[in-house]
Design a protein around this ligand. Structure first.
Ligand SMILES: Cc1cc2nc3c(=O)[nH]c(=O)nc-3n(C[C@H](O)[C@H](O)[C@H](O)COP(=O)(O)OP(=O)(O)OC[C@H]3O[C@@H](n4cnc5c(N)ncnc54)[C@H](O)[C@@H]3O)c2cc1C
Length: 549
């Protein structure tokens, strides 16, 4: 596609992705100087359509960006009133009291929000300030200048033929050039991945680590609903099979976010993260809450878990990576939105200073310095050992030692230094011969659902005639290598049922990619043991349509 002549539009800053990071950057740029020309491009059909984190929001990012957010009507309507943490066994639970938890783990002062709605509100603020926001515009390519720096992106390519060639209905899209390009694509961004590789940004840092997060919204019996209650659990059903746990947040209107995260460094290729989530809802404590209610939405998204030691270099000539395109989630708190917002603010301030000094297209090192040494770095440094401890020693030792480490870090020191993560999540997968298949109970259709039924509640849609956006580097690898060696785990790790091995009598097995079901979680790009799957962006407007996730 790069040989095509396209129209170009010039901006000061081009922002890819209208999540909390990108929108914060746009707002901050306009606060600093209303004449800075800013464009935000979003692949979702509308702002918020691809935002999954039904979330407990630490408002520190918003406080720093828009201190009068309350007066301006930000949709932070549900303050956290009750904060619970349980260890689950198959038949019961033990409540872990709040007092041994380090202060950073407390949720009082935070809000249960729909981040989709927060982003919609932020987009309104940005537009009122003059930011141009184009939803339904996927950025599919980077544009480089003659010195090899990033000078823009290609967005808005539609109607390619199934084989990727140009057809009668192809719209070639346009180039959007900026003095700086901000990539705020969230976890495992497709353009961010190219930038990381091209400029070797990850060299010398620990590999990024991930989890897959799945979430349903339930409308429950009003008698059981406790607005403002936050519950986290660990233990059953995962046990020692993998790291992870659940969250249950009671928001407004008798709705509850019920979510489950499975760390993607699990070894057993037979593990089925989606089915772990479905099984979790049958725990007596959760089943009692959900019985009589109905699931109204489903979605999934990977989450970054590498934290402080995996935050690689964030800048290259003309480009800066923001928010979860770098990976700024505080894992024990399961919170990254506040840091995404702070990173957007920091990138905007660095660009503003650069413009004032007459610079453009260089490395915004002041941005990276602020992320590492400012509020984001401090937030992540305190919890940097929790994830590696969990990976190395399992749940219970890591709870005790991780708790101790977070406490000592609260006072500015650690007995453990900075632990390493080691292998990437793809490399962590072991051969099937070392493991036994896991028998998961069949979904009952009331509390638990089969994957395809649930995917219909993500309202995902992909124009069928376009090229498949899930690219196999070698199409033979799934059947010839990952099936015999790893029992082709894509059949199970994908929370949307995109990947199937079809076996028909008398015919060779086939690997089928039902890309229409994709919910843009990016797990396949992360977990495939052969690293043979690359997630690229489909045409704009495709993908899930989350109402208020
Ligand atoms: C299950 C789950 C639960 C979570 N719970 C919480 C929580 O309770 N509290 C909390 O603070 N954090 C939570 N997080 C983490 C939080 O979601 C992230 O830290 C946050 O979303 C990062 O913001 P971002 O702006 O970097 O990226 P995102 O929010 O992912 O936004 C990126 C945007 O860019 C768009 N985009 C991507 N690529 C392109 C492209 N090439 N072209 C155009 N548009 C593109 C996407 O569609 C998306 O809208 C959770 C995450 C998960 C997965």
């Amino acid at each position: 596609m790069s040989e095509i002549e396209r129209e170009a539009m010039e901006y000061d800053v081009v922002i890819v992705g209208a999540g909390p990071a990108g929108l914060s950057a746009a707002i901050r740029l306009k606060q600093l100087d209303e004449n800075i020309q800013v464009v935000v491009l979003e692949k979702g059909s509308e702002v918020g359509a691809h935002i999954l984190s039904g979330a407990v929001l630490d408002p520190c990012g918003l406080d720093a960006l828009i201190p009068d957010w309350k007066e301006k009507g930000a949709p932070l309507n549900t303050p956290v009133k009750e904060d619970n943490f349980y260890m689950l066994g198959a038949a019961g639970e033990i409540r872990v009291p709040n007092f041994p938890m380090p202060p950073l783990m407390h949720n009082h002062g935070n809000y249960i929000v729909s981040m989709g709605n927060v982003c919609r509100w932020m987009a309104e603020q940005a537009e009122e300030m003059g930011v141009e926001i184009f939803p339904g515009m996927a950025c599919s390519e980077l544009v480089f200048d003659e010195n090899g720096g990033v000078k823009g992106v290609v967005a808005g390519v539609f109607g390619l033929e199934e084989d990727g060639s140009i057809g009668p209905n192809t719209e070639p899209g346009m180039e959007l050039h900026g003095k700086y390009v901000f990539l705020s694509e969230g976890v495992r961004g497709s353009l961010s991945k190219e930038v990381i590789a091209k400029y070797d940004l990850a060299k010398g840092y620990e590999p990024q680590k991930y989890g897959v997060g799945m979430k349903e919204i339930w409308e429950i019996d009003p008698a059981k609903h406790k607005e403002g209650t936050v519950t986290h659990t660990m233990g059953w059903p995962l046990g020692s099979r993998a790291g992870g746990g659940s969250f249950v947040y009671h928001l407004e209107n008798n709705q509850v976010y019920v979510g489950f995260v499975v760390h993607l460094n699990y070894k057993n290729p037979y593990l089925f993260p989606y089915m772990e989530f479905q099984q979790f809802k049958h725990h007596p404590m959760i089943a009692e809450l959900l019985e009589g209610g109905k699931r109204v939405a489903y979605g999934a998204r990977a989450i970054t878990e590498g934290g402080y030691q995996s935050m690689h270099k964030m800048v290259a000539p003309g480009v800066a990576l923001l928010g979860c395109s770098v990976g700024m989630v505080n894992v024990p708190r399961i919170k990254g939105n506040h840091n995404a917002m702070l990173s957007g603010k920091a990138a905007a301030e660095a660009a503003f200073e650069a413009f004032a000094a007459g610079r453009s297209g260089d490395e915004l090192t002041a941005y990276e310095d602020e992320v590492r040494n400012g509020a984001i770095g401090k937030d992540l440094k305190k919890v940097r050992n929790v994830k590696p401890m969990w990976s190395k020693w399992g749940l219970l030792p890591s709870l005790a030692l991780g708790g101790l480490d977070m406490w000592t870090n609260t006072f500015g020191f650690s007995l453990f230094g900075t632990l390493k993560h080691g292998k990437s999540d793809a490399q962590a997968t072991e051969e099937a011969s070392k493991h036994k298949p896991i028998n998961y109970p069949k979904p009952d259709g009331k509390l638990s659902f089969d994957r395809l039924t649930n995917v219909s509640f993500a309202m995902t849609n992909h124009e069928e005639s376009q090229p498949c956006h899930l690219k196999l580097t070698d199409p033979d690898i799934p059947i010839l290598k990952t099936l015999p060696k790893y029992a082709e785990p894509a059949q199970r790790y994908c929370p949307a049922g995109v990947y199937e091995v079809v076996e028909e009598d008398g015919k060779d097995s086939r690997f089928v990619v039902n890309f229409q079901n994709c919910v843009h979680c990016k797990t396949c790009d992360i977990k495939d043991p052969a690293e043979n799957i690359t997630w690229t962006t489909p045409q704009g407007g495709d993908g899930p349509n989350y109402p208020n996730m």
